[in-house]
Design a protein around this ligand. Sequence first.
Ligand code: SAM
Length: 316
Amino acid sequence: MTRQSLVRDLLRCPRCRGEFDEWEGATSLRCRTCGSEYPVTNNVPRLSGEPYVASFGRQWNRYDVERPEEDEATFRVKTGTDASALSGQLVLDAGCGGGRYSKLVARHGARVVGVDLSSAVEKAATLCADLPNATIVQADLLNLPLVEHTFDFVFSIGVLHHTPDAREAFRQVARRVRPGGKLAVWLYRKNILPQEWINSGLRALTSRLPARVLEPLCVGLSLIGGIPIANKILNKVANFSNHPDWTLRVCDTFDWYAPRYQSHHTLDELKAWFADEGFVDIEELRPARSGRFYDWAYRNNLVIGSGVNVVGTRSR
Ligand SMILES: C[S@@+](CC[C@H](N)C(=O)[O-])C[C@H]1O[C@@H](n2cnc3c(N)ncnc32)[C@H](O)[C@@H]1O
């Protein structure tokens, strides 16, 4: 898929769904139907502004979080598919952030479109610069400027719960899967009520703090995240990452406390969304992590920041 054919075959005007003129080195795209023009910079068509996702632009451009081996394993767990199995397929990374998973699947030979609303697309475009089979687009999943029923495989890891309407974002993403194609979605799990209350209270404050104030707080929490045992118990009260890698720990903690929107969901809710959108073979994907304490806490919805993760096949 060249960028030209991407524009012709897949991209549509977010205002009127019209087709674009050919891309070919252009610095803007023009809709053939309504004449709207959209800039193309750093090889990224800019089909939307970034209304509420500035914190993501900051974090993904600031922290280098690509860890090829870990990303490969995480992708397998959270999509139920080995990236190498996607070679030759048309894949949508819905909410690509800094582009670590777009790059991974493109390296394995998939034709990938990575869509994100934030300026994280700069990082994603840089990560994927040497991969002509990967195209990054700045656009809104709630008004997704891509042709429906086209992609062989669509995945969305940790994204839809950061939109103001996760259900609608799911619908938009699900509609891009072709009949017989697959969709894998990972969303934050709903925890027990006291945890939800504490978290909402904390985030009501932190999501309003400027990044220069919030970031040092996240560094502090990340120090606790490195203390053995305490890090596994205290983060059942207030979330912080206990990832062994310092950069990921700070980035993940900021990722929790900074975003404007963060909704939490149940497994039954997510499975019902798949069924309502015409998916079959709907399966839960379990986390890689296990252990007696973790399994017990996960089963009882006590692990803050853990997910509900489902894969399904579009039947119609
Ligand atoms: C936690 S990040 C996950 C990024 C990537 N999937 C990963 O795991 O590395 C969530 C991403 O969702 C993007 N996002 C939030 N709302 C969006 C929307 N309406 N349309 C497109 N992207 C959106 C944010 O900009 C952010 O990069």
